[in-house]
Design a protein around this ligand. Sequence first.
Ligand SMILES: Nc1nc2c(c(=O)[nH]1)N[C@H]1C(S)=C(S)[C@@H](COP(=O)(O)O)O[C@H]1N2
Ligand SMILES: [Mo]
Length: 233
Amino acid sequence: MKKLVTRRQAIVAGLASMGGVALARPKALPPTYGSLLRMADDVTYVAHRALLPQDALVREYSERDITPFPAIGTTNARVDVADWRLSVEGLVARPQTFSLADLKRLPARTQITRHTCEEGWSAIAKWTGVPLSVILDAAGVLPSAQYVKSHSYDDYENSIDLLDAFHPQTILAYAMNGRDLPVPHGAPLRLRVERQLGYKGLKYLTRLIVTSEFDDGGQKGDLANGWAWYTGI
Ligand SMILES: Nc1nc2c(c(=O)[nH]1)N[C@H]1C(S)=C(S)[C@@H](COP(=O)(O)O)O[C@H]1N2
Ligand SMILES: [Mo]
């Protein structure tokens, strides 16, 4: 066991010496709470982070690859878009809120990607939105930050590390297949975390909290369903 920890530390130290987003260097592994399930998390996390280049992109498809796309989990959270704001809080120099119109004025990215659900299905859609990096740069992430936590209107919580947060394909999507995001798919805004399973992409997004603390949302998060915190694909 001692040997394993030492190896992990070596890998993390190796990662920290790599180039890329200075802020995104993992400084610690996500805690496992001594849970067997979460120990597997650490192994996947370290392996994925060590083997893949930090900015490796997932495959992007063409329009003709788009498939029917089921909506699952919460599909009926009716958010009043006129009152809706996305707030960006926590370890940022400039906490702020964005209306949907504000977000649509920012640089956008469109990507056609495959969504993979832990239930065993996958589907391809075209997503358009603001790269999360644009929002984080606007807010000014402080050096002590390590994770970005998201909260949703249906009271679900989730978090990703800064490598995924600043990944070019991590976007806040307001459109699906060229139209405003439909209600069942998370209107007005959902997160897309393309290098992980579908459940990391929170629908009905309301708040982003930049934090130095690992916080998976406990019973409001992935663990409530017995799902891993890190599910790299
Ligand atoms: N807020 C919220 N986000 C969520 C969920 C949810 O129930 N509520 N379900 C997750 C799961 S398990 C998947 S597979 C996708 C489903 O997205 P879809 O309904 O557009 O297919 O959203 C994810 N994000
Ligand atoms: Mo899912």
